[in-house]
Design a protein around this ligand. Structure first.
Ligand code: G6P
Length: 362
């Protein structure tokens, strides 16, 4: 069953491996045999009628929200803001005239997110929860729910819920975009693209021993590490560094590649590992330039690049997928990097110190 780790040494590895099946399940649950999206019409109507979408979340779900923003804006032409629940709750920004709220929460129980939902509901504003847990608090209290269908996630470090959130947001974006007859949405064959992604994720996971060896070299003893990228590659860098730091205890940060030189580059020393994420054609050359800057200050670069943008010297190359969905594949090697770094440094992958799977206090 889904909650048995069977032959796996850790739930996290099992949950990383679950991801191709989760992508296929999302296609099954949310599209029909003609590739059309299957989503509650009321949700689509409400979002189509709104002038701004507010995505509210914590932790890994927050990082998924940023990737979702890029897809939603492209497909729907509706502006999207992404906020941390714990900030939004006490410093609510000026809202638009017709806001629509999307709460992202694997557990559906996060207190920081719930307190925002209580406030927005008091204001009478429409809300949708994307969660992995049917009947959870955030699901019951929001107007609408879309389930992630990722199966139980046990490891504290979230993996399959992240990719599931992005995939379901992409389906939702397509559904709203189609209802507005947006050409970019009508051309987007989400069922096909997610099926391609499932296969690509499998091919990346098949290379896990290569990643394990590379990681040993880069991360066995380092004190810190950086992930850099631009646009969606920056959003992936935020999640990749969160994954790495929360379980391996390596001090890791994700940075917008171009911002590095405005401060953080001071931290680069001889042999500091810097992971560059390159999946976007329009920023690839710029991020490569930033990688050169850190290399000349002693950094040891590790490049994760999309095949069509790759150079021979890149450490890890991933097959091309739809340009709006690259996060779903570029995140996979970074999950494995965090997993193997933690094993090699001798920590319990599934139970990092000081962290809980779901945080029900503000
Ligand atoms: C906790 C977990 C994180 C998770 C965050 C949000 O802090 O340790 O892994 O991303 O809560 O959880 P949620 O269930 O709301 O997605």
């Amino acid at each position: 069953s889904d909650i048995e780790k069977g032959a796996y040494p850790y739930y996290m590895l099992k949950e990383i491996d679950d991801q191709p099946a989760v992508m296929r399940r999302i296609v099954q649950e949310y599209t029909d045999t003609l590739g059309r999206t299957v989503i509650d019409e009321d949700i689509i109507k409400q979002i189509t009628a709104s002038d701004r979408i507010y995505v509210i979340a914590c932790g890994t779900s927050y990082n998924a929200g940023w990737v979702g923003k890029a897809i939603l804006e492209k497909m729907t032409n509706i502006p999207v803001e992404v906020h941390l629940s714990s900030e939004f709750g006490y410093n609510m920004p000026l809202l638009s005239d017709n806001p629509f709220f999307i709460f992202l929460s694997q557990s559906g129980e996060t207190a920081d997110s719930r307190q925002v939902l209580v406030q927005t509901s008091e204001l009478g504003l429409p809300s949708l929860t994307l969660t992995n847990v049917a009947g959870s608090t955030l699901s019951r209290e929001a107007d609408y729910t879309l389930l992630l269908h990722a199966g139980p996630e046990i490891a504290v470090a979230s993996t399959k819920a992240y990719t599931a959130q992005i995939a379901v947001l992409a389906v939702l974006a397509k559904a709203v975009g189609d209802s507005k007859a947006n050409p970019s949405s009508l051309d987007f064959d989400i069922a096909h693209e997610l099926s391609v992604i499932a296969t690509v994720i499998e091919s990346i996971i098949a290379e896990k021993m290569t990643i394990s060896q590379l990681v040993e070299d880069y991360l066995a003893t380092t004190r810190n590490a950086f992930y850099i990228g631009r646009g969606v590659d920056y959003y992936v860098s935020m999640e990749a560094s969160l994954k790495l730091k929360e379980i391996s205890y390596i001090q890791a940060e994700g940075f917008a590649a171009g911002e590095l030189k405005h401060g953080t580059i001071a931290l680069i020393e001889e042999m500091t590992p810097v992971f560059g994420v390159i999946t976007d054609k329009k920023t690839a050359a710029h991020t490569r330039g930033n990688l050169k800057e850190v290399e000349s200050r002693g950094a040891r670069n590790f490049v994760i690049a999309l095949s069509s943008l790759a150079k021979e010297t890149d450490q890890f190359v991933i097959p091309d997928v739809h340009p709006l969905l690259t996060a779903l594949v570029s995140i996979i090697p970074t999950q494995l990097i965090a997993y193997f770094a933690t094993l090699q440094r001798g920590y319990d992958v599934d139970k990092p110190r000081n962290l809980a799977k779901s945080v029900t206090v503000e």
